[in-house]
Design a protein around this ligand. Structure first.
Ligand code: SF4
Length: 274
């Protein structure tokens, strides 16, 4: 219709880098963080399940301080399910959200007894049906304790993958899908652990250490930073040029200006001034 303003087209969603590039980038990161693995201490799938639930909103180091005594007291689902929240809370208080986590641990232990004979199931759907177990926790347990490749996406993986451009997505589930599609299945767990370590050590949330990064030449975020820095430097150089003094023209323009003005008009009285 004439006169109707055209609607602006939404910007296309950027695509992640091609699979071959993603694989090459991960190879470089494997070199920078050799043999990356989970930093949670555990000896059985059940212990890793407990530790991963405790690690929500906490650090692995803090969880590792709490778990040795906890695992000694509750080495299996039977012993844990027989406990009460009042007993558990003081033992895990250092990990934060201890009331909620106590309830989750009891519910998880009871569900293992009720539905899985006290064993941790090696299956994503069965794991995520347990109280307190989301996709990230399930992938950690599958990949690190049960030999089933999984690609846990935590806040580090989410940030680092998007910065580099090997994923372009806002949610952990989408990032997991994109990375899993680009990487061989047997690399999923290692890739996640490597990106987590990279996020903790190098690609920090604020002030990432780009000059120390093995993939700085392949990273979208670093390229954007370089472009922004060059533009800023150009603006600074422009504003630092000394201003031209008023009423002065370059010699060429001065001569052209004089020629345009022509000879002095006849009949004009000489002023005597030169
Ligand atoms: S170049 Fe910088 S932003 Fe990119 S992954 Fe490395 S540390 Fe992170």
């Amino acid at each position: 219709m004439p006169g109707t303003p055209k609607r602006a087209r939404p910007a296309p969603t950027p695509a992640p880098k091609p699979a071959a590039d993603t694989q090459a980038i991960l190879q470089r990161l494997y070199g920078q963080h050799p043999n990356a693995t989970t930093e949670l201490d555990f000896t059985t799938p059940f212990e890793l399940l407990v530790a991963t639930i405790l690690s929500a909103q906490s650090s692995d180091a803090r969880v590792n301080q709490v778990t040795p005594a906890f695992f000694k007291r509750y080495p299996d689902p039977q012993r844990l399910a027989a406990a009460t929240t009042a007993e558990l809370e003081p033992q895990i208080v250092a990990t934060g959200f201890f009331r909620q986590k106590s309830k989750m641990l009891l519910g998880m232990a009871q569900a293992l007894l009720d539905h899985h004979g006290g064993q941790v199931p090696a299956d994503m759907d069965a794991l995520t049906a347990l109280p307190g177990v989301g996709r990230k926790t399930a992938n950690v347990v599958l990949g690190h304790a049960l030999g089933v490749p999984g690609l846990p996406v935590d806040r580090h993986v989410l940030r680092v993958a998007n910065r580099i451009g090997i994923a372009q997505a806002a949610t952990p589930e989408e990032v997991e899908t994109q990375l899993c599609a680009a990487l061989p299945r047997e690399q999923w767990t290692l890739a996640s652990s490597t990106l987590i370590l990279h996020g903790r050590r190098i690609c920090r949330p604020t002030q990432p250490l780009c000059p120390e990064c093995a993939v700085v030449e392949h990273c979208n975020f670093a390229a954007e930073m370089r472009t922004a820095a060059a533009a800023q430097a150009a603006r600074a150089a422009k504003s630092a040029r000394p201003p031209r003094p008023p009423h002065t023209l370059p010699p060429a323009r001065k001569a052209a200006g004089a020629a345009q003005a022509g000879p002095p008009r006849a009949g004009r009285k000489p002023t005597g001034r030169r």
